[in-house]
Design a protein around this ligand. Structure first.
Ligand code: PXP
Length: 249
């Protein structure tokens, strides 16, 4: 059955380049506008505690831009009171809780939800009460999926970094782990997203998992933009995703 997968374009690394010179160029808001014109369904940005790329001012501009364009902003954030306050102020469409500190990270790199429910659940609840869709960026591991469901998340975003970093011939077992976790998540009523490290090839590959409804992709697209321009890079990703799922172009 054909299906159209949502593409969230993460524009963090436009800000990384901008910040390298401390000026205003290149502007992540301009990148967001181009991304939406090129077929992105939404914009993703990670306001890090250390503000190494996206800044508080960027989030204000991106919130207004997405509101105006009637497209979702997905705010990636650490599980802290500071980030919670910022999310509640801007009320993005979605918030994706991600690890930033070493002790919050699971073995492979997702948020350690299992074992940390008491710390994460209140943040999930306060975001959800404000009408923000809450996603947890986790490893495709049964315990993490079960914990995400238990603390009331609506969405899980599976960390595809491990899959993408493996050589192509060694990916089968990690694919199976992603597929099993996606099936488990959907059976529990969770919406399934995926992201991290995806390129044209790996994005198409993971879309063989039928439960995935959204991909969030940044680094590869911003890198490709150096060679092809941002709009063509996003259009090509959109086409690769549509070809993978049989969606009409
Ligand atoms: N999803 C989440 C939760 C992330 O933290 C990131 C990286 O910021 C991405 C997706 C995108 O990963 P990449 O930049 O490797 O495409």
């Amino acid at each position: 059955m054909s299906r159209r997968i949502r593409l969230g374009v993460n524009i963090d690394h436009v800000a990384t380049v901008r910040n390298a010179r401390g000026g205003l160029h290149p502007d992540p808001a301009r990148a967001a506008e181009v991304a939406l014109q090129a077929g992105a369904d939404g914009i993703t940005a990670h306001l890090r505690e250390d503000r190494r790329h996206i800044t508080d001012a960027d989030i204000a501009v991106l919130s207004a831009l997405c509101l105006e364009a009637d497209r979702p902003l997905n705010l990636e954030m650490a599980v802290t009171e500071e980030m919670l306050a910022i999310a509640l102020r801007h009320r993005p469409h979605a918030a994706c809780l991600v690890p930033e500190r070493r002790e919050e990270v699971t073995t492979e790199g997702g948020l350690a939800v299992a074992g940390h429910e008491a710390r994460i659940a209140p943040v999930v609840a306060r975001l959800a009460e404000a009408g923000i869709r809450v996603s947890l960026f986790i490893e495709p591991a049964p315990a993490q999926v079960a914990a995400a469901r238990a603390i009331g998340a609506q969405v899980v975003e599976f960390h595809t970094g491990r899959y993408c970093h493996l050589p192509a011939e060694a990916r089968a077992s990690e694919f199976a782990r992603l597929a099993d976790a996606a099936a488990q998540a959907e059976a529990l009523g969770l919406e399934v997203h995926a992201g991290h490290g995806l390129d044209y090839g790996t994005a198409a590959e993971v879309l063989a998992i039928p439960e995935i409804v959204e991909l969030n992709i940044g680094h590869f697209l911003i890198g490709e933009a150096v060679f092809t321009g941002l709009e063509p890079a996003i259009r090509r990703m959109r086409a690769a995703m549509d070809a993978a799922t049989g969606a009409p172009a």
